[in-house]
Design a protein around this ligand. Structure first.
Ligand code: GLN
Length: 511
């Protein structure tokens, strides 16, 4: 049969609709996240500890809710409708962030007065963003997968392109939103994120035709049916919007988030074990065990990697000499190096794995490499602090750390997504993808608890003493260096066993 599908760069044209939608979604997400720790500590005068924990709780919910959003899309809405709904929530959430109210003030006795209305609007905006990402993030990735037939060789390169779109958005955001936030005020930085997401939503809606019916609900009859005088589709939207009330409270209650993560993690683990014992045997069972072990190790990777938005961001603000080639960057703009390195290196890594042929290391070895690389990134920071004498740390050390972290990310993140789709039994791929993101969710929370090791006391309202601050960061980064290397070595030792359990499935990865 003749393939009627029109392509661009050899890929279905719909890929580029998803590329640009996700680019804008990540633009809004990372633009806001880059400003967040400074907004909390400098504008609302949060301590480092409470700022870190708030970011940890928020980011944990952001990555946990896609499990639910994915489930609802699978069963009822379909990916396309879920993405439109998520997009609308995101535009509202980011625009809500643009309301800034009054800055907190500190009296001579140290007492802090905060604008509670502004804070509640802020928490509610976070809740809208959590709901929005929950409906959008996993579903747009699944929709990318749907553009290709089973066995289509273009699938992995399609995902590589998509991952570059993610990072193009992140790159632009960490430059533009951070600059706007700093030069014109928080509302402008956060507002720009909202405008970006609005473009993303427009892109997605206007590209509907190019999707050619992909991502539609598998259950349209159910959506049209009325209960209590309302279409089921609308009942889903209304209940989802109401769920923001729960997220609104949860972002303000860190122990509730921690408890929810433990329950969700424990329940998922029990379900996987139950499923492996009762539904699977032989090869399929062992492959699921291998995947589960790999996912557990990703928790460590992301817990280290995600220091970027808390401790590493504050480090860049307080201790780094931020000049490169005579230009001074803002602290948040250093985050753009991660995105830039991804854009430059993703095609090279994809090419390299293929080129290595039968020497292409298996997934477990790649994950162990990722852990060591993220550890080494902190090693670079330790070194940078140690050679800095009495002055600030040279910018090159943080850039080097991001380079190493990015190489780690490329050995784990795209490879891991691919591994999830190939090692899970087909009936629970969606669920296992959810578990993959749930692992990231736990990491985000753990990352913020770890970041508190480096918290600097700013309660007197003065800028922290350079050397005291340096010692705090040194302690944290040393610890993370050993953690990365240690877990990397453990996984390397385990890798021959995991390789056996995978039964050669990962041989076809990344081809
Ligand atoms: N940076 C990637 C993204 O935003 C991966 C995030 C993750 O899985 N923790 O999609």
């Amino acid at each position: 049969t003749v393939n009627q599908e029109k392509t661009f760069l050899g890929h279905p044209r719909a890929l580029f609709i998803l590329f640009f939608t996700e680019m804008w979604e990540r633009f809004s997400f990372y633009g806001m996240k880059a400003l967040l720790i400074f907004y909390l500590t400098k504008y609302h005068l949060f301590s480092d500890d409470s700022g870190n924990l708030l970011i940890g709780s928020y980011a944990a919910l952001v990555y946990a809710v896609p499990v639910i959003g994915g489930f609802i899309a699978d069963k009822y809405l379909g990916f396309r409708k879920a993405i439109v709904f998520g997009g609308i929530m995101l535009v509202l959430g980011h625009l809500g962030m643009a309301y800034e109210g009054n800055a907190a003030t500190q009296s001579v006795t140290g007492e802090i007065t905060r604008d509670n209305l502004a804070l509640q609007v802020f928490y509610f905006s976070l809740a809208l963003i959590i709901l929005g990402v929950g409906f959008l993030k996993a579903n747009i990735s699944s929709l990318v997968g749907e553009l290709y037939e089973v066995g289509d060789k273009r699938r992995d390169s399609g995902f590589t392109l998509f991952y570059m779109g993610i990072n193009l958005g992140s790159f632009l955001a960490t430059i533009i939103c951070v600059w706007l936030g700093e030069a014109y005020g928080w509302s402008y930085g956060f507002g720009a994120a909202g405008v970006g997401m609005f473009f993303g939503l427009l892109t997605f809606i206007s590209g509907k035709k190019l999707l050619m019916g992909k991502g539609e609900s598998t259950n349209p009859v159910f959506l049209e049916k009325k209960s209590l005088g309302l279409k089921n589709e609308w009942i889903i939207y209304i209940l989802s919007v109401l769920s923001t009330l729960i997220f609104w409270q949860m972002v303000q209650n860190h122990s509730a988030v921690s408890l929810a993560l433990q329950i969700a993690g424990g329940a998922s683990f029990i379900y996987i074990v139950y499923y492996a014992i009762t539904q699977l045997d032989g090869k399929a069972r062992e492959q699921l065990i291998a995947l589960t072990i790999l996912i557990v190790f990703t928790i460590v990777f992301w817990a280290l990697f995600e220091q970027a938005y808390t401790s590493m961001n504050l480090f860049a603000d307080r201790i780094l000499d931020r000049h490169i080639f005579g230009i001074e960057l803002s602290a948040g703009q250093f985050l753009s190096f991660n995105a830039l390195f991804i854009i430059l290196l993703a095609p090279i890594f994809a090419w390299l794995w293929v080129k290595m042929g039968r020497y292409n290391p298996n997934t477990a070895v790649k994950f162990s490499l990722a852990l060591m690389l993220v550890g080494l990134g902190f090693g670079a920071l330790v070194m940078g602090i140690n050679v800095s004498g009495l002055g600030k740390v040279a910018a090159i050390w943080l850039i080097l750390a991001y380079l190493l972290h990015t190489c780690g990310e490329l050995s784990l993140s795209p490879v891991g997504l691919s591994a999830v789709t190939k090692l899970s039994p087909s009936k629970i791929v969606g669920f296992m993808m959810g578990v993959w993101f749930l692992a990231t969710a736990s990491s985000e929370f753990i990352a913020s608890v770890l970041a508190n090791i480096a918290s600097v006391d700013t309660s007197n309202g003065l800028a922290p003493d350079l050397n005291i601050a340096k010692q705090s960061y040194l302690k944290l980064f040393e610890y993370l260096f050993y953690t990365g290397i240690g877990f990397g070595v453990i996984l390397l030792v385990l890798s021959p066993i995991i390789k056996k359990l995978m039964h050669g499935v990962d041989k076809e990865l990344n081809n």
